[in-house]
Design a protein around this ligand. Sequence first.
Ligand code: NZQ
Ligand code: ZN
Length: 384
Amino acid sequence: MKNFIFHNPVKIIFGKDQISKIAQEIPANARVLMTYGKGSIFKNGVYDQVKQALAGIELHEFGGIEPNPRYETLMKAVEIIHQNKLTFILAVGGGSVIDGSKFIAAAALYNGDPWDFLSKDIKVKAALPLGSILTLPATGSEMNGNSVVTRESSRQKMAFSSPLVYPQFSVMDPQTTLSLPWVQTANGIADTWIHVTEQYLTYPQNAPLNDRLAEGILKTLIEEAQKVLEDPNNYETRANLMWCSTMALNGLLSTGVYTDWATHQIGHELTALHGLDHALTLTIIFPGLMRMMKIEKREKLLQYAERVWNITQGSDDEKIEAGIEMTDQLFRNLGLKTRLSEHQITKEDIQYITDRFNKNGPNKLGEKGLITPHTINSILLSRL
Ligand code: NZQ
Ligand code: ZN
């Protein structure tokens, strides 16, 4: 195991009817900016719950944060913060709203162009405090310090991380997820799955607890995915899916180990250039990347096939292939596409992505830095 420091300060307030508790978490004299997306919170009653809970607190609003939040949009919120001298951000929505709000929190206290946090790896030195109310289990943003932002003008999707943008608290009421369109529920399961596998499917690192935790989340997801397909309105199933997504990316699974993240990094290019939902980029790339890195990831892929998918028959190679194929099937059973051609993405588009990696980097991805632009090209071609 590698040395590590694990410090996750996010207070999770989980369960039915918990949104009312936010008043106890936000200072009474705070000047709050409530951020949200394109309007789902008006339809499912979450907006009204927040307004009620914060009656008496100065509350400003910034709506319209889009999926894959845009720098150009978020900078408008920064202006509102400056104009009104706001002191606290309350993000209400999915990963895009929470990620966008983390960016706003850091940008509000930065003197230069805040895109520097993403493009130049400039460290965040200060950020406004923020809290979140999660309505879409997928990203883990409610309990981590990551933020992914898209810059429309340059068609770039990039990430930054900082301990200063962890939410101070996150409310997770599974009832809020009952209004999700099916595709977002499915996306959330796939995203959670890949967060686990990016940390787990590497090579043996003598971290058996991490392995068992990862396998526990994956096996739970297989069971709960089936349940939510059969009964999407079941509160208990929704609650379990929500907790899985948080546990998948709150830092715990990465303690002491080297991680992969290549599937995500390649996926961000597909979203930036072709507008695919985040999760749909992952369902396409994952099977191809695993097959391409079969030798390097051999022992863990075998462990994955045996322990997660209970595959006991056949040679090691056959088991590995069956494990990858079962994953592809899991995504397809949820109604998610797993091929580039299903999104009209062509060989020429793949070449363009490869050229962007060659030109802008990164050019050594994966847990050992073995995935080059050439490998990326082969992975994408295998998923046409
Ligand atoms: O905008 P509204 O109207 O709220 O609608 C949203 C949006 O259209 C809707 N939605 C959310 N909650 C709902 C709901 N509709 C009905 N009922 C509800 N309860 O769902 C749509 C998608 O929302 P979005 O926030 O974009 O989805 P998700 O949570 O999957 O977030 C995706 C973003 O997070 C980033 C992705 O790259 C992408 O930009 N990620 C962030 C990570 C992190 N912070 O650690 C890690 C991830 O790997 C990921 O990269
Ligand atoms: Zn993800």
